[in-house]
Design a protein around this ligand. Structure first.
Ligand code: GAR
Length: 196
């Protein structure tokens, strides 16, 4: 089976990126990461890319806080195209994407979010679930559209909320589920790509 070419975008720690790269290294995931791009200059996700010898880039996001400036988003499309990326994987990328990216990669951008969407989109979803008194939370992998943490849901994984949970303990438990779920789902999508 041929290797589907991935581009990973992230703004932070990069633990999901690491899980994907480790799955590829162990041959559990038949894909190739062509580039890792971050809108945060010193994001640890870029260090992880370097550790795995993956080409990586910092993308200056421009003046907005929750989205990229149009020129920056066009630059992002160019970077991904130059790397021949087929599937764009958001791994803690904290900006909403607009038409330059959505038109360039129709139904070829996926995201993981730490809640059972459509509940609790946005920042610190695990904290939102705790404050709301939920008994169960989890994570969701979905196709990306123009709204925050929105788009067709591919799969959801439940994670229990325990009585003594803190925001940190709950997020850590959700992340364990994310690291198992995301490479698995990406593998399923890659199989659709490579048989299309
Ligand atoms: C993950 O928990 C991911 O679900 C979340 O950011 C974290 C990134 O962690 N994404 C969102 O909240 C998207 N709205 P990581 O950098 O260690 O992979």
């Amino acid at each position: 089976m041929r290797l589907v070419r991935l581009g990973i975008l992230g703004s932070g720690k990069g633990t999901n990126c690491r899980a994907i790269l480790e799955s590829i290294r162990s041959s559990a995931l038949a894909a190739e990461v062509r580039v890792v791009i971050s809108d945060v200059f010193d994001a640890p996700i870029l260090d992880i890319a370097r550790e795995f010898s993956i080409p990586n880039a910092y993308l200056p996001p421009g003046q907005f806080r929750t989205r990229l400036e149009p020129q920056a988003e066009s630059d992002l499309v160019r970077l991904l195209r130059d790397a021949s990326v087929e599937l764009v994987v958001l791994a803690g990328f904290m900006r909403v994407l607009k038409s330059p990216m959505l038109d360039a990669f129709p139904r070829c951008i996926v995201n993981i979010h730490p809640s059972l969407l459509p509940k609790f989109p946005g920042l610190e979803a695990w904290k939102q679930a705790l404050v709301a008194g939920e008994k169960v939370s989890g994570c969701t992998v979905h196709y990306v559209d123009e709204k925050i943490d929105h788009g067709d849901i591919i799969v959801r994984r439940e994670v229990p909320i325990l009585p003594n949970d803190t925001p940190e303990s709950l997020h850590a438990r959700i992340q364990i589920a994310e690291h198992e779920l995301y490479p698995t789902v990406i593998g399923q999508i890659c199989r659709q790509f490579s048989t299309a």
